[in-house]
Design a protein around this ligand. Structure first.
Ligand SMILES: Nc1nc2c(ncn2[C@@H]2O[C@H](COP(=O)(O)OP(=O)(O)OP(=O)(O)O)[C@@H](O)[C@H]2O)c(=O)[nH]1
Ligand SMILES: [Mg+2]
Ligand SMILES: [Zn+2]
Length: 318
């Protein structure tokens, strides 16, 4: 008779709605969810709470059914989570993309697809809301000339001043890939960003035997084609772990206190309390300390634009 594991602790390394690969030592079991857990998806009124109650990175209690299959009995509390608002057909619910990561690497590209600061700021805010540090990776640096490169370096100083580490990478420049490698060392990182920016490509450059599928970016649309279709966790040879994720088209905010959105913009802090109105939204009000700081150049206009977009509509702006 073969030995069957019961109620052991494992970790979810791959998730596809309804099925989860749980790792326990060398063993990986394809698991489903116990019925009681499925019901956790719903509030007492029967409303759905999560797109999926289990996420990659979750520590879970599982029992084995046979050589290949098992069932998840319980989910252990999460240290961190990277979530977005999942716009379902009838309601907005939380989609946990990765649980328990130490840091978020937000990847954007210089071109193909074009650089979008709104999107980048949304990723940074979601990292903050999920209690994780964020590193910015501006990829495809080989597609810009030296003048543009200089311009980008100075634009991204804004982010460096806010305390974000900024990496300028290209899969054609091994030095830049080494820098990214260093950032991933000894940590569990989640790589996020729009489709086609090169998330899977930079991971392949770091460790070719990952053999992640990479896609093309349409010449006309300048958009990626969602080549990575599921969240997957990998162990790196350099001692570190990464979760590659599919490009996110709609970065809906989740877990963000939009009433106090200014608190997610560190550069606004020195000016809080300097507005005429206590409940100033810093959008159209007169005598507003934040708007004055934008005019005097103390707050970067692109960052302020992100603030206004998120404050006033909280929907995706591409
Ligand atoms: N010129 C240039 N092209 C790159 C670079 N990195 C990636 N690419 C190209 O960008 C395209 C998209 O790369 P992927 O790695 O599939 O992008 P992704 O972010 O994983 O996309 P999704 O999985 O759809 O979210 C591919 O054609 C890559 O060859 C780079 O540094 N420079
Ligand atoms: Mg990919
Ligand atoms: Zn104000």
């Amino acid at each position: 008779m073969t030995f069957i594991l019961t109620r052991e602790q494992g970790r979810v390394i791959r998730a596809r709605t309804g099925f989860y690969d749980v790792q326990y030592g060398e063993l990986v079991l394809r698991c489903t969810l116990r019925g009681t857990l499925k019901r956790k998806r719903q509030s007492e009124t029967g409303r759905r709470l999560y797109a999926d109650p289990v996420a990659v990175g979750d520590q879970v209690i599982f029992s084995q059914i046979d050589q290949e299959e098992g069932v998840i009995e319980d989910i252990l509390p999460r240290q961190t989570k990277f979530s977005r608002k999942y716009a379902g057909k009838h309601e907005d619910i939380e989609q946990i993309i990765v649980a328990n990561a130490h840091q978020v690497v937000a990847v954007v590209s210089t071109q193909m697809p074009p650089l979008n600061f709104r999107t980048l700021d949304r990723f940074l805010i979601l990292a903050e809301a999920g209690d994780m540090a964020a590193v910015i990776c501006l990829n495809k640096m080989d597609l810009v000339d030296s003048e543009q490169r200089q311009q980008l370096t100075s634009t991204f100083e804004t982010y460096e001043k806010l305390g974000y580490e900024v990496l300028f990478t290209s899969i054609e420049d091994p030095n830049s890939i080494d820098k990214l490698k260093n950032v991933l060392k000894n940590k569990f990182s989640v790589i996020v960003g729009p489709s086609g920016v090169g998330k899977s490509s930079v991971l392949n450059a770091i460790q070719p035997n990952l053999e992640l599928r990479i896609g093309e970016v349409g010449e006309k649309t300048q958009k990626g084609r969602h080549t990575t279709t599921l969240v997957e966790l990998f162990k790196l040879d350099i001692d570190g772990e990464v979760a590659d994720t599919p490009g996110i088209r709609e970065v809906g905010l989740w877990g963000v206190d939009t009433e106090n959105l200014e608190l997610y913009f560190p550069e606004m802090e020195p000016f809080l309390g300097t507005c005429k109105y206590n409940d100033c939204a810093h959008v159209k009000e007169t005598d507003c300390g934040i708007q004055s700081a934008v005019e005097s150049g103390d707050i970067h206009p692109e960052r302020y634009r992100s603030y206004v977009v998120l404050k006033t509509e909280d929907t995706t702006d591409f």
